[in-house]
Design a protein around this ligand. Sequence first.
Ligand code: TRP
Length: 324
Amino acid sequence: MKGRILSGMRPTGALHIGHLSVIQNWVALQNDYECYFSIVDLHALTTGYEDRLDYPSLRREIALDWLSVGIDPQKSTIFVQSQVKEHSELHLLLSMFTPLSWLERVPTYKDQIQQLAKQGKDLGTYGFLGYPLLMAADILLYKASVVPVGEDQLPHVELCREVARRFNYLYGTVFPEPKDLIGEVPLLPGVDGRKMSKSYHNAISLTASAEEVKTRVQQMVTDPARLRKDDLGHPDVCIVFKFHKIYTPEVAEIEVNCRAGKVGCVACKRQLAENLEKLISPFRERRAYWGEPGRVEKVLEEGAERARVTASETMKEVRCVMGL
Ligand code: TRP
C-alpha cells in the first residue's frame, strides 16, 4: 500500500456520467491505497440547512452510485460523516486555534456567499465559514497522505495543510501534511450543449435505462449546417462528437468520415448510444445487486465501524497532546 486516502462527496442527489471520472479515479486508487470514502452529509447541511432534505435516502442513493461504479467495500471503507462523531469533535478542537482570517480568505468563500444570496440563501453562518475546517478535520482524522479532489477544492486542501502545521507547532507532531491528487476530469457537456446538470434536465444519469440512454443521445445537438447525410460535417461544433472523444476508441475514424460526409448523424448517434450502453450496463447490474434490501445499510454500518476505529485512535492522541 502506498499510503492512506480520504475523499468525500456531498449527498445532494443522483449522480450523472459527468461525475463518473471522479468515482472511476477512486476505483483505480483503491487497489494501491488504503481508502476512506465519506458521504459528507454535514457538509451538505452547511449550505442546505433550510432545505429539510431526506438525508437517509440521499445517502443511500449516493452509496449505491459509488458501489455501482465499482467502489468495493472489501477494499475501501465507505461511511457517512455524521455517523462518526469524531469529525465534529476534531472540527471543534481545530477551531480553537484556526485564525478567522484563514477561513475568510479562502477564495470561494465570499464568492459563494454572493452567488447563493441571489437565490435568497443566507450563508453568513458560522457553519459555512467553517466548511473548509470541517473538511480539514475529515482529512486529518484519518491522517490521510493523499486527497483526491477536483481543482476547485485545492484551496481547501491547502488550508488543511496549514492547519496541520499549526497544530503540530502548537502541540507536537501528530498530523502528516496531506498531498492533493487532481484527477483528470474530461469536460462533458449536457445533451443540449450547456453544462451537464440535473437541474438543466440535460444529464445522462448513472441509473439510466437502455431506453433513456438512446433517447438522450437522440436529443443531442449536432452540426446545424448538416441537413443531408452527405453534407460535410463539422465535428468541433457537434455534441455527439464531444462524447465520442471520451467514449469511442475509433473517434479518429468518425471525425474523418463526418468531415467527408460519409457517415450520417443517425448512424453516428447509434454508435455512441451503443458505447454508452456498454459503459452503463455493468453499473446497472451492480446496482441491482447492492440495491437488495439491507445491503447498502450493512456496507455503511460496517464502514462507520471501521472509520471509528481509526478516528478514535487519532482523537486519543489529539486529546492527550492538547491536555484534555
Ligand atoms: N468539499 C468537498 C467538495 O465539495 C467534499 C469534501 C468534504 C471532501 N470533505 C472532504 C473532499 C475531504 C475531500 C476530502 O467536493
